[in-house]
Design a binder for this molecule. Structure first.
Ligand code: ZN
Length: 124
């Protein structure tokens, strides 16, 4: 017999997922899955923070190059080469970020699929 999940949403309202199995919680609220959910969440957080730091670092280096060229401390040719190299780094960071986002999305999809599979199993 189907029952409503005992969990609460972030806004404090009752989770609307139905559960049919021995657990009174859906996949997202089941304490059994807490470790797995934390892993997914921390993976997403890590990749974001790392990329932001890298971009900040590149921006700092670009500013340094610009200042040096203006002050006459750096040959414009060397500056161009440096800027090109930093652009390549930015492109690599952007690509890495896209891949990280795709992996995180895939993890979430797997979680939803696992939930669906479980509820189908219990429904039978
Ligand atoms: Zn729930």
């Amino acid at each position: 017999m189907a029952a409503q999940c005992r969990g609460q949403k972030r806004d404090g309202s009752r989770c609307s997922a139905t559960v049919n199995g021995p657990s009174p919680w859906c996949w997202l609220h089941d304490p059994e899955n807490a470790v797995r959910r934390r892993e997914i969440a921390s993976k997403a957080g890590r990749s974001d923070g790392g990329h932001r730091r890298e971009i900040q670092s590149v921006k700092g280096q670009l500013r340094g190059i610009a200042d040096s060229v203006v002050a006459g401390d750096l040959d414009p040719k060397a500056a161009t080469a440096g800027v090109q190299a930093l652009n390549a780094v930015l492109r690599a960071v952007a690509l890495d970020r896209e891949i990280g986002a795709a992996v995180a999305l895939d993890e979430r999809l797997r979680a939803v699929e696992a939930l669906e599979k479980e509820s189908r199993k219990w429904a039978g």
